[in-house]
Design a protein around this ligand. Structure first.
Ligand code: NDP
Length: 246
């Protein structure tokens, strides 16, 4: 029997890249899948079609993670549409950064809103509905535990918030039987970080396996946490970085 048969999952930023791979992997494992996107409705429709072709129900809606209320509304819509929520994946993110000296307070607020504020309040809303066995999984970054270059201060600061949140929520939600974890990718071939992009060569210098990961590699770790194999993993992080941080 598929591991997540008849469960309901919500993935933020599911229209492309890692989020799309996670949404499709969850559907392949038997879940009905809701997902959000920022603006790319066509890509969202393509992902919905793939989920439907797998015999599962899909629900896609635009919800900008910069607005935590929009993400909380996405949680509530998922519950009212499917009647429950078993798995929340906080994935939506942006690869913005730049030199420390140039970061404005507006840049700071935007990245923290997307990477920290939205996941925090999505988790709060989800926990109100999740049954015992629920799963909250956030996509962090390998850069939260090792910073190899300058120019990453804002990105890393905002992504690192997920690590503290995850440990604290593991304590908070453990009594309800909900696990809370991050999956921390390294260089993964997506629109955000193409394997043939301008910054690829410098990333490969640190990469033990000598290649970018694929979105499916990250999705596989999410699937493990979401499935029965993840029942005793909480407050933890799984690094999927091809040995970048080794
Ligand atoms: P992509 O840029 O390829 O895809 C981003 C996805 O998130 C799209 O579905 C996009 O929607 C959505 N999204 C972006 N901004 C928002 C927003 N404000 N509100 C709602 N949805 C949004 O990124 P990746 O797949 O590479 O990244 C996914 C996650 O993995 C991010 O959190 C990223 O920080 C993290 N990560 C990625 C790494 C990599 O090397 N690729 C490495 C480490 C971490 P739309 O299609 O509408 O634009």
């Amino acid at each position: 029997k598929p591991e997540l048969l008849d469960q309901v999952a919500l993935v933020t930023g599911g229209s492309r890249g890692i989020g799309a791979a996670i949404a499709i992997a969850l559907a392949r494992a038997g879940a009905d899948v809701a997902f959000t996107f920022a603006s790319n409705g066509e890509r969202a429709e393509a992902v919905s079609r793939q989920i439907t072709q797998l015999g599962r129900k899909a629900l896609a809606f635009q919800a900008d993670s910069a607005d935590a209320d929009a993400v909380v509304a996405a949680v509530e819509r998922t519950v009212s549409h499917f009647g429950k929520l078993d798995v929340l994946v906080n994935n939506a993110g942006v690869g913005d950064g730049g030199p420390f000296a140039d970061v404005s307070q507006a840049d700071f607020d935007r990245l923290f809103a997307i990477h920290a504020r939205a996941p925090f309040f999505a988790a709060q809303a989800a926990a109100r509905h999740m049954p015992n066995g629920g799963r909250i999984i956030s996509i962090g970054s390998n850069l939260s535990t090792r910073v190899p270059d300058a120019g990453l201060a804002l990105y890393v600061s905002s992504k690192s918030a997920l690590l503290g949140m995850t440990r604290a929520l593991a304590r908070e939600l453990g009594p309800q039987g909900i696990t809370v974890n991050t999956v921390d990718p390294g260089s993964t071939d997506t629109d955000m970080n193409p394997a043939n992009g301008a910054h690829a060569a410098s990333q490969l210098m640190h990469n033990a396996l000598g290649r970018f990961g694929a979105p499916d590699d990250v999705a596989a770790a999410v699937l493990h946490l979401a499935g029965p194999g993840g029942r005793s993993i909480t407050g933890s992080s799984i690094l999927v970085d091809s040995g970048f941080n080794a």
